[in-house]
Design a protein around this ligand. Structure first.
Ligand code: PXL
Length: 280
């Protein structure tokens, strides 16, 4: 069985980061090794959340894994709580990236043009530095703009504007640069990307569901990681991730009993299993 590593927080309530990465990546039949960066009572969209910093555990975990000789098909990073954690993650990549390990960085730090609570203005530059280690980066429009130090173009940014951001991000990552949560032609909603080596743009979307919630970027990145690590070609892995996120958002939009802090990703896991079995 393949093994991947994911480094991000545990939000005890919030359906984001590790609590979605584990079930989703496991669905691909892949062992998911976790490095928890912090434990929060909820994600940071609630007020009054608790935050237990686990930075001091990250180094010993790395040392132990190194001694045991564990190997990983992919290293996927999400929400990181501090600049020091970013530096430690770079050490993980140095120790565990081999020739065929895919490094996926989702530079989780912002939405709607604003940094999440707890990050200061120097954080995006550090995250951009981590993107230099990645084969694939998956920012949203807010994160892309912040890392480039340009104004947030808004969720309805024109394709030319998004392409300019992608070109800018190619300075950080020479692999696949993908901006998620992008409005496409004909009111479709999805992602736009740039294959930096081939200098080719690509895009994919689904009809927009008029509903926005939290954690969808984490669901996208987890699904992509699981699919790519199972050997599904990256283009198809990205499409699968977009289709699953759309199904999760649609399910939630149609659910009169939905919660307001996340999407019903659990209800769509059988659909994800079906999509996976059609491809593997
Ligand atoms: O879904 C991204 C995310 C991950 N982790 C924490 C968050 C958020 C978004 O708000 O607060 C702790």
């Amino acid at each position: 069985m393949k093994r991947i590593m994911t480094i991000q927080d545990i939000s005890c309530i919030g359906k984001c980061s590790l609590t979605v990465a584990l079930p989703i990546i496991s669905s691909f039949g892949i062992e998911t090794a976790i490095v928890p960066t912090a434990i929060l009572s909820t994600h940071t969209q609630f007020s009054g959340f608790t935050f237990r910093d686990l930075t001091d555990d990250m180094e010993p975990i790395r040392e132990h894994w190194k001694k045991e000789g564990f190997e990983f098909s992919a290293i996927y990073t999400g929400y990181l709580g501090s600049e020091r954690q970013i530096a430690i993650v770079r050490e993980y990549i140095k120790d565990f990236k081999s020739g065929d390990t895919m490094v996926i960085v989702d530079p989780v730090m912002a939405d709607n043009g604003k940094l999440y609570a707890g990050f200061d203005d120097s954080f995006p530059k550090k995250m951009a530095g981590l993107c230099k280690e990645a084969d694939v980066i998956l920012p949203n429009l807010s994160e892309a703009a912040l890392m480039l130090g340009v104004p947030y173009p808004g969720e309805d940014a024109a394709p030319e504007v998004t392409k300019k951001l992608l070109k800018g991000l190619a300075e950080f990552c020479g692999g696949l640069v993908v901006i998620t949560g992008v409005t496409l032609a004909d009111k479709a909603f999805g992602y736009m990307g740039l294959d930096v080596a081939k200098n080719e743009f690509f895009e994919y979307g689904n009809p927009k569901v008029p509903f926005k919630s939290h954690g969808t970027g984490d669901i996208f990145a987890s699904t992509f990681t699981g699919a790519a690590a199972r050997g599904i070609p990256t283009c198809d892995a990205l499409r699968l991730a977009a289709d699953y996120v759309t199904a999760c958002i649609k399910n939630t939009y149609e659910d009169p009993n939905r919660v307001n802090y996340a999407v019903n990703f659990e209800a769509e896991l059988p659909g994800l299993h079906k999509m996976i079995s059609e491809r593997i």
